[in-house]
Design a protein around this ligand. Structure first.
Ligand code: GAR
Length: 214
């Protein structure tokens, strides 16, 4: 099987990108990051990609605050297609994808969200969870559909909320969970071990692996 090519989109510091790139380099994900794109010209994720010799580009998002305009979606799609990307990996990309993008990569876009969906979709999910007073939160990797944080769930990792947590200390713990969960889900995805049945994503691991492996 030829190595899968990932395209990573992010708006922020890019720590999840680093976890993914390191997992690829270590062979834990049988893939490589072929391209990193950002809607923020000085986003940390671009610098972190370039440090690793991975092509990284800022593509202007257009006039809207929460989505790409249609011309921008076309530019993102073209760049990803030219790089031979099979899987689009959202890692802190803070815009909703619309039909041009979704059609071009249907069923091939995944996202990580810092809560146990369907609780706390949207912005600053860790803060929403802390303010609500839940005792357990976490992170979710899911396929991207036309809704906000609403696609079929691939994997989740729980994180306890401690009495002395601030939103910031809680976020740090969620990040640590994200760095484990996202590479594990991406490995299963590119190995073809996930089967989507409607909203349910089933993990079909090869029989030789022990239960709970990975
Ligand atoms: C991550 O915590 C990710 O879950 C979140 O942005 C952060 C990006 O951090 N994504 C969302 O909130 C999407 N709705 P990073 O740039 O350091 O990987």
């Amino acid at each position: 099987m030829s190595e899968a090519r990932l395209g990573v989109l992010g708006s922020g510091t890019g720590t999840n990108f680093v976890a993914i790139a390191e997992a690829c380099a270590a062979g834990r994900i049988p893939a490589r990051v072929a391209l990193v794109l950002s809607d923020v010209p000085d986003a940390g994720i671009l610098a972190r990609a370039r440090e690793r010799g991975i092509p990284a580009r800022y593509i202007p998002p257009g006039p809207f605050r929460t989505k790409l305009d249609e011309a921008a979606e076309r530019a993102y799609v073209s760049a990803l297609q030219e790089a031979g990307v099979q899987w689009v990996v959202l890692a802190g990309f803070m815009r909703v994808l619309k039909s041009v993008f979704l059609r071009a990569f249907e069923g091939r876009i995944v996202n990580i969200h810092p809560s146990l969906l369907p609780s706390f979709p949207g912005l600053a999910a860790w803060r929403q969870a802390w303010e609500y007073g839940v005792k357990v939160t976490g992170c979710t990797v899911h396929f991207v559909d036309a809704g906000v944080d609403s696609g079929p769930i691939i994997g989740q990792q729980a994180v306890p909320v401690h009495d002395d947590d601030t939103p910031e200390t809680l976020l740090q713990r969620i990040h640590q969970a994200e760095y484990e969960l996202y590479p594990r889900c991406l490995a299963a995805l590119v190995r073809g071990e996930l089967e989507v049945q409607g909203r349910r994503v089933l993990w079909r691991r090869p029989a030789k692996e022990p239960p709970g492996h990975g």
